[in-house]
Design a protein around this ligand. Structure first.
Ligand code: SF4
Ligand code: SF4
Ligand code: FES
Length: 248
């Protein structure tokens, strides 16, 4: 048994401050265990969101020692226990209470993205055929648990607050999964360029670094989408074609 200090943010939208909790910690504990222990023994009104305690529901996102992480997947053995461990809510979303933020903006953003639209069935039995390599390509994107840690860390949202012009890395991953789906025929490139702000991403890769599912957000989703946007909108021949069609 060792003793550790947890410096936990307490407050709501009107304001708040850090509160220190000292407690005994045991081998194998994660930060969420410590928060639950504090909740049961020292601060019954401490607000925290969690569901699975297995890194799969994406609910327990927080900033631990200043780094966006899942509380249930951050072992105390990975942290320097000789110093207070800070646990704060995600900074890019409005605070509800203590460690709980309102992430509903993300769900409204998701509704703006055009849904899956498959091409007509092309096999004699009325179904489709796909190459396995095309199926494999989008599998990575489907691992997303919607923890929104990538959204939290992205400077376009966190520092520049462009919530009405930029959908964020999570939704570039979502759009990429649809755009690269071998059956999908919908065109989302105009939206990505004009209203969803892909041009604001300067591929710093901060989102990729914090993704608990190790999705290659920048290399495999954002950069290929940017390439498609450039190809569609800045290729001189395609541009000329669009001018004749009256679609700039
Ligand atoms: S790579 Fe782009 S989306 Fe990801 S954090 Fe940086 S600016 Fe944001
Ligand atoms: S892409 Fe990764 S960091 Fe972003 S919401 Fe999905 S799982 Fe979380
Ligand atoms: S509690 Fe579900 S991801 Fe942490």
């Amino acid at each position: 048994m060792a003793t550790a200090t947890f410096r936990v943010w307490r407050g709501d939208a009107k304001g708040g401050k850090f509160q220190d909790f000292v407690m005994e910690v045991a081998p194998g504990m994660v930060v969420l265990d410590a928060i639950h222990e504090i909740q049961s023994s020292q601060a019954n009104d401490l607000a925290v969101r969690w569901n699975c305690k297995a890194g799969k529901c994406g609910s327990c996102s927080a900033e631990i020692n200043g780094m966006p992480k899942l509380m249930c997947m951050t072992r105390l053995s990975q942290l320097p226990l000789e110093k207070p461990i800070t646990v704060e809510p995600m900074r890019s979303f409005p605070l509800v209470k203590d460690l709980v933020t309102d992430v509903s903006w993300n769900f409204r953003v998701k509704e703006q993205i055009k849904p899956f639209r498959p091409r007509k069935p092309d096999a004699p039995d009325g179904t489709w055929r796909m190459d396995q390599k095309d199926v494999d390509r989008v599998q990575e994107f489907r691992k997303c648990i919607e923890c929104f840690l990538c959204q939290d860390v992205c400077h376009v949202l966190r520092n520049h607050h462009l919530y009405d012009q930029f959908i964020g890395p999570r939704f570039f991953v979502y759009a990429a999964a649809l755009e690269m789906h071998p059956l999908d025929v919908e065109d989302r490139l105009k939206d990505l360029r004009k209203t969803q702000g892909i041009g604001f991403c300067n591929i710093t890769k901060c989102c990729t670094k914090v993704c608990p599912e190790s999705i290659h957000i920048t290399d495999n989703a954002i950069i290929p989408l940017k390439e498609r946007v450039v190809d569609q909108f800045y290729d001189p021949l395609k541009k000329l074609f669009r001018v004749f069609q009256g679609d700039k």
